[in-house]
Design a protein around this ligand. Sequence first.
Ligand SMILES: Nc1nc2c(ncn2[C@@H]2O[C@H](COP(=O)(O)OP(=O)(O)OP(=O)(O)O)[C@@H](O)[C@H]2O)c(=O)[nH]1
Length: 521
Amino acid sequence: MRKLNLRQLILLLSVSTAVLILANTFYTSHKTQRDLLIAQTLEANQAYASKMANSIEDFLSAAQQQLAFAAQDVLLAGNNLEKLGHIANRLNEQTDSFNSVFIVDTSGVVIAASPEAVGLFGKVVMSEGAEQALRERIPLVSKPYVSVTGRLLVFISQPIIDAQDNYLGFIGGSIYLHEKSILYSLLGRHYHANDAYIYAVDSGGRIIYHQDAERIGEVIVGNPVIEKVVKQQTGSQYLLNSHGIEMLAGYAPVPSTNWGVVTQRSLEATLSGMDQQMLAVAKYSFPFFIFIVWLVWLVSRWISKPLWQLARSAEELDEPDINTQISSISVWYFEASQLKRAMLRGLAGLNKKMGKLNLENITDPLTGLINRRGMQIALDEWERQEQPFSVIVADIDHFKRINDEFGHDVGDRVLQTLAQHMQAASRPDDLVCRSGGEEFVILLPQTETAVAHRVAERLRKRIAESICPNVNRPVTLSLGVASWPCGSASIAQVLKNADIALYAAKDAGRNQVQASQTACE
Ligand SMILES: Nc1nc2c(ncn2[C@@H]2O[C@H](COP(=O)(O)OP(=O)(O)OP(=O)(O)O)[C@@H](O)[C@H]2O)c(=O)[nH]1
């Protein structure tokens, strides 16, 4: 797999950093917003349920007071049916508290009714509310029940008791749960839009008010909120409603009747505005996202620049100016500076070793002169540079005899001594080489044949007059001289010409210099 380079890595790093930051911003903002909306809705629903429960409580208390007040009037009216009818009518029509009002005597006979249309005047009421009122003779709010007229209702009653504490019957008002009633007036004001609604239950979990009238009278089982509110608890919580919809509910009890009020709103409606908010967050975050990418990219580039430059230099270690190149890299922090120093140190060590290796490679171990390989490298370079030069090829005369007579070690000493003479007789720019065996080559740059000939002659003379250690007679050299470029001769040809001249010197009796006859004619 292709490896990423540092810049690509940085780009990847900066984009992923920015994406992570953005994702985190989104996630945090979404979660915070969601939690806040849910908490606010739960709190608002609980507050509204409490307010509605208080309103019902106030209404029930006021209704009882109205009935108690009317009960006093009933005592004053005595058996005057007209006055009793008037009291019932006034109570029914002057307040919104009841859908119908009845005055009932101790035997359960309706002695006044409003509106008259209910048609119960003069009849014995057999409803649950009436029977309970006659039986218990205390102020009451009944459970919801179906009346003789077939209506689901709640009956509120007040006993009629004279000054002598005689029970004379009761006065009571009905609230029709399926029709427009005080409960509608109290609870129906709730804002029903956006899936929010309110309902009320009695102590047995039976719905006594709901925006969906068809549900009134239904007993709800298994709803955690209703279970709590009928136990007189106040609170709020998340739940699934009867349709499986996620709801946020607040609940509060009506203590005097053990009723409960529940206000709830669907989770979906609660969170519906969030998409818009998230879009707004995205819109406002985008320039920041770009800025972060740009900033991270810039900082990362700044940090990585020296490393990147050092890595580039590491690929070009064979370049001649690599040392200068690495030295010029500006490193501004510790790790890069250490790396740069290590590279320069490594390079210096490498160069030293390479130089040593190269030197060993091109040096003749016996004499310390340049060997044939080194000589060839120099000749190739001079040919490339078109450097004119002369060549002296020198061969020891009868060297075999020296070896045979004095031994190989003495022969080696002779070779070393002659090498020293050749080095001493040469200029610094000349290259003295041992081309093999007992044959030497001296390369003389920028030197004409005549000059080279003189140098060769001087060398011959010097050696012929010197004494070699452990050899009791003079050692002599035969030398051939040639030059380049002469005509269009190749370097190989020039060396051959020098060899030919050397053989000529040998043939002519040795211990002499011969210049190539083919040179520079
Ligand atoms: N001691 C020693 N002898 C060497 C070395 N290299 C070559 N020789 C000897 O040099 C001698 C060269 O002998 P020849 O080629 O016959 O030439 P020569 O005896 O010098 O005779 P001419 O060149 O004809 O004057 C051989 O005996 C080689 O063994 C070396 O490194 N050390």
